[in-house]
Write a protein that binds this ligand. Sequence first.
Ligand code: SAM
Length: 217
Amino acid sequence: MDDKNFNQTFANEWIRIIEDPSANIRENDLYPLIREWVQQTKAKNILDLGCGQGICSTKLGDSQISYVGVDPSPDLIFRAKELYSQDHRTFVVGNVYSLPFQNLHFDAVFSIAVWHLLSDIAKASSELSRVLKDKGNFLIVTADPNQYPTWTEKFADQKLNGQIFSGTHFNSDGTTSIDTLYLYSMDEIISSFNIAGLTITHIQVVRSLVAISGYKT
Ligand SMILES: C[S@@+](CC[C@H](N)C(=O)[O-])C[C@H]1O[C@@H](n2cnc3c(N)ncnc32)[C@H](O)[C@@H]1O
């Protein structure tokens, strides 16, 4: 999967992965991390970039927070609505490169396991910053640059073109898909946030991921 491939095969595979009991491993680290961050931000309205099938909407800790999940896959947004729709939770089809929201709209923005799928993190960071209020908080959880082999070893037919990795993923329905990962250095990730006016205050490794948080300067 990458930021140009939002077809039904990809959506079905992600739904299977995240709704499989093995994904409960996230309850040990990722979801507590999101909950603690939400608590610290005291945000009243939150945006989830690349929300997938919407699971993170249920992990905020405070059920009264207004939550918007955005994802380019209509199939994933359909599933999110089916599973998690509530008055204060909205799921919208949209792309991080052109977010369908006004400037300075959200108190806080987070994104889980999306940034390493993006071909243009500068543009994504700039859009994040645009929709975030001044002093608003952000949290990006992405593949840890120090652990890229852990990510790439899962694929067959591996190819590396500069920092663009592609490989074959064997889907559970017997089909295959070519996935692309963008192997950014930590310096590139940090610099794209800084250029977008986002100040980083904390970086923490979570399994093979890294959680980067801060605020809009
Ligand atoms: C690994 S899934 C993570 C889903 C969700 N954040 C979670 O952790 O459960 C990656 C998600 O990023 C989304 N994505 C990929 N490119 C995107 C883009 N350009 N804009 C927004 N979302 C994107 C995909 O559609 C997919 O739902």
